[in-house]
Design a protein around this ligand. Sequence first.
Ligand code: MG
Ligand code: ZN
Length: 216
Amino acid sequence: MEVKVVQKVMKVNDELAQGVRLRLEGAGVACVNIMSAPGSGKTSLIEVALRALQGTPRIGVIEGDPDTTLDAERIAACNAPVVQINTDGGCHLEANLVGRALGDFDLANLDLLLIENVGNLVCPVGFDLGENKRVAVVSTTEGHDKPAKYPKLFRSADLVILNKIDLLPYVNFDVEIFRGYVLGLRPGVPILNVSCRTGEGVDAWCSWLREAASGA
Ligand code: MG
Ligand code: ZN
């Protein structure tokens, strides 16, 4: 019985996600769903990209958080249209929330929609939001074993970012072991080393976003 209920919820979400996908496609807007644990630097990665790309492509942002508009305020300070979704304690975004948020954007003037999911390595993965691509972010402070412990996120990722690479000298993070886990789960997936503080890898991150915006 329990299983039936869960399956029904997922089916409804999948249908709503397909609606979001068609609406974005119709408007010529590509969509990227960014997932990670809390504190791995999702918002900072979006900020550095917005500042570096300077409006080409035109990017809108959905910020998912259990509470506050703190991240949305950071994005608005980069002059990007942003909608905050507060999940009221909920631990992931769902397609119905994204569908409602779309009404707050001028889609005709966007090329790319970035969705910062709620910080959580487990359940966001199970909810299609209508995105075209998925990004998984891990920071060097979290430990190189995260892909092994949370494989689902990495199995569906189109890009993996290893963030806070500047902190490597201070933490026990083995990049080779990390890469081995990731590539074992998702052979061939690009893995970018990035530091939002030093700017390392930001060009590559921006190039990837430009390609995502062009539908590549
Ligand atoms: Mg954030
Ligand atoms: Zn959840």
